[in-house]
Ligand binder design. Sequence first.
Ligand code: 5GP
Length: 370
Amino acid sequence: MFIEEDVKLDFCDVLIKPKRSTLKSRKDVSLERAMHYKWSNVHDVVIPLWAANMDTTGTFEIAKAFQMGLCNGYWGEQAMPFVALHKHYDIEDWDSTVYFPEDTNARMVEAEFPSGSNNMAYTCGMNKKEFEKMKVVLEKHHHNGLRYICLDVANGYHQDFLDFVRKVREWAGKRFVIVAGNVVTREMTEALILAGADVVKVGIGPGSVCTTRKVAGVGYPQLSAVMECADAAHGLEGHVMADGGCTCPGDVAKAFGAGADFVMLGGMLAGHDESGGEVVDVDGTAYKRFYGMSSDTAMEKHNGGVATYRASEGKTVTVPYRGAVLDTMKEVLGGLRSACTYVGASQIKYLPKCTSFVRVNRQLNNVFGS
Ligand code: 5GP
């Protein structure tokens, strides 16, 4: 048994310290980032935010809303955020949806966005059946711009996972960007990159509907995890995606400031028109259901119940209905631009270099509620 004594921090333990800046307004800040990857030869310009591969956030509807945002100049950039589609869509769903032929694609062509404007990532779990399904979808739709793979397991520390990443890289060659996780420590970040991941997904236990810390007592404070894994990944020309624990736009800014190349959002994007599911009325207030992908709800929906040898590690909640997802994204992007102006970062990629954190005892004034 061993106790690490140095302090590890969460988003709520710090604030970003303002610095002298020559940026006059949020308009001077670019949230686009040109990406080049360690293993794949995909070269992209992106807004580095991803909707999580959960039933209610990894939806085709959210991907489409983001694409429409690009067509309508909503992002104020020539790029858009991504969506990791949840892994329960079947091949036919992909076949009928990947182009969005009826409107979005036509408008994209009209606006002269290349087919590379596809903002979807294919999520694959670690088993043979899912791997086979992924190969079919990706072979069919690679020419439509589908070029990101998200290899997602709750516990990225399993030796089999490294073998799986190697196997997928062998098949993918340089054609696909591989995002793999989740882990929270340097050595496993390095191992995943060396096994063939371009981007390592970081986060165990911080999620809004995750109960791993409670059920298993396992986890790692997310800000420190992102800082440490980013440092390890960047040393190998890899990248990291901070996944979980962002509760407000300020947390997203802190994740980027800590070195994240991408940030993945679940709870912050739940409860919207594009999240699937019904709006329920409780005493005159509208709500939508949101649940963890290891919750009883998800396991009943997809696996016919929770297996007897395991406990559910996610919860089911109702969140207030929040309308269109683009309005929420506007707040997130506005917050990020603001953070960049406070520290003098003209581009999102400069945020880590410009960020100093201060540790705080109290982050928010909640006298009138949070
Ligand atoms: P959020 O943005 O809601 O704080 O976190 C989203 C992330 O939580 C997801 O991308 C995923 O990594 C994680 N997550 C989603 N569902 C579950 C679950 O049921 N259990 C656990 N442990 N993590 C989950």
